[in-house]
Design a protein around this ligand. Structure first.
Ligand code: SAM
Ligand code: SF4
Length: 453
């Protein structure tokens, strides 16, 4: 791959990656780093040094999409200073807007759809060598990642490595753009998933985070007759991982079988991210979520009766069209009843293609903002109380690396329940499980010290 522009002809071409959105986008960005790494691109954290900028985008909420537009706008000046710079946009916004992005942003070189990540190398090569401006939005997933893995290319994952087990979504929640830009649900064959996990563990990964929009429905469409709990059993039996996690779970597909896995599989972390979206049955129905708040509460009870110290997090939304004050109170009540360890809360926004955008009774922005603030205040109090209750306990922590806030003086890791703990210790502990006594608690993390044993 020729260098695009640099005054140092013997230095590698540099790749700068910016990811907006979810962990699945993070995973795709890592795939791009791996693929372009093999082609000679070195990763840089300095955007001014970049020969290629890869922007991975999200359009789940209107705000995320606005971020993409303003980010691309800012790159205009950079390209003017460095005409050889190549700019690639991938992910949901690329899929949604396609060729119109090239029209709007004349400094953009490549638009890659959500099923085109594996083709990044060849298309970038064309953009560099022939100065072509390209849009590639294939209808079906392009093969390439698995053959890339078969060649053993994967290098240096972190202690915790994400692995996507399925793409797309079939649920069509009425507010959501994902099925429209990510396509119908496709599960990766189990052998391919296992091959990737083994490769990651050979290169140092200790924990795997299995990713999908609704991992609970894994296996649909595969010939293997495998469901998600069977996949977890296979991963447990056939790998040497210290820990396994997964996200995201859908309440309508969380089976007893799967809940049992938390008790039966020691390497499976006692933690689940189980979005509920709203505590109001009326709104759940309009969202097309396929469960009631009573069903959701019964799942929480089952999880907690099997594993009393289960870590719980969720997504919730305020201001869905027609949400009355009483619906919002139902949401607050559910939060008080469950007492989540962590909550990701959003203000509803209309999305293209999503049915809810056509519903009447839109909630005014100031009402949504006030509801979100009240909800976040309540959840903030709960989190702090729950974190403080950890003080004095001893928790097993997988050490992930140096803590960013401490200039490398402290290490950081997570408990099984997904709480971040910072502590002092030698870097040799990275990648190992340690026992930590919890000394102090904050809103987003705990501080601990190593115990004698
Ligand atoms: N598949 C997961 C699920 O069903 O929970 C998560 C999908 S989505 C990428 C992440 C979260 O974004 C959702 O759980 C929801 O809370 C939020 N979200 C999705 N569409 C939204 C919208 N139109 N407005 C506000 N929040 C939205
Ligand atoms: Fe969107 Fe619903 Fe699918 Fe999650 S389950 S990605 S919220 S449609």
């Amino acid at each position: 791959m020729p260098k695009t522009s640099s005054s140092f002809e013997d230095s590698p071409p540099y790749l700068y990656v910016h990811t907006i959105g979810c962990q699945m986008n993070e995973y795709d960005s890592q795939r791009v780093q791996q693929i372009l790494g093999v082609q000679g691109y070195a990763l840089t954290g300095d955007i001014d040094q970049a020969d290629v900028i890869f922007l991975n985008t999200c359009s789940v909420r209107a705000k995320a999409e606005q971020k993409v537009h303003s980010y691309l706008g800012r790159l205009r000046k950079l390209k003017a200073r460095k005409p050889g710079l190549k700019i690639i946009v991938a992910g949901c916004v690329a899929q949604q807007l396609g060729a119109s992005l090239l029209g709007r942003f004349e400094h953009l070189d490549l638009v890659l759809g959500t099923r085109a990540i594996s083709s990044v190398g060849g298309l970038l090569h064309r953009a560099v060598t022939r100065s072509e401006r390209l849009v590639h939005l294939p209808e079906v997933e392009e093969d390439g990642w698995d053959s890339f893995l078969k060649q053993g290319h994967l290098t240096s994952p972190g202690v915790v490595a994400p692995v996507t087990i399925m793409q797309g979504c079939d649920n069509f929640c009425s507010y959501c753009i994902v099925p429209h830009v990510r396509g119908r649900e496709r599960s990766r064959p189990a052998d391919e998933v296992l091959r990737e996990i083994r490769l990651l563990t050979e290169h140092g990964a200790k924990e795997i985070l299995l990713l999908g929009q609704n991992v609970n429905s894994y296996g649909k469409g595969l010939d293997e007759g495998l469901n998600f709990s069977r996949l977890l059993h296979r991963i447990h039996e056939q790998t040497t991982l210290l820990r396994i996690r997964f996200t995201t779970s859908h309440p309508k597909d969380l089976t007893e079988d799967l809940i049992r896995c938390f008790a039966d599989l020691p390497q499976l972390c006692r933690w689940i991210h189980l979005p509920f979206q709203t505590g109001s049955d009326r709104i759940l129905q309009r969202m097309n979520r396929g469960y009631t708040s009573a069903h959701y509460m019964s799942l929480i009870e089952q999880l907690r009766s099997l594993c009393p110290d289960m870590g719980l997090s969720a997504d919730v939304m305020v201001g869905f069209p027609g949400e009355a004050e009483s619906d919002f109170r139902d949401t607050l009540r559910l939060i008080q009843d469950v007492r989540f360890d962590n909550l990701f809360s959003f203000s509803y926004s209309d999305r293209p293609f999503a049915r809810a955008s056509e519903l009447p009774d839109k909630i005014p922005e100031d009402v949504k903002a006030a509801r979100l603030a009240e909800l976040q205040h309540l959840q903030g109090e709960i989190v702090l109380e729950k974190n403080r209750a950890e003080i004095g306990s001893v928790r097993e922590v997988l050490v992930e690396g140096s803590s960013k806030q401490s200039d490398g003086r402290q290490l950081t890791g997570r408990t099984e329940q997904n709480r971040i703990v910072n502590f002092e210790g030698p870097t040799e502990l990275i990648g190992r499980l340690v026992q930590l006594r919890i000394l102090n608690a904050f809103q987003h993390s705990l501080r601990g010290e190593r115990t004698a044993c």
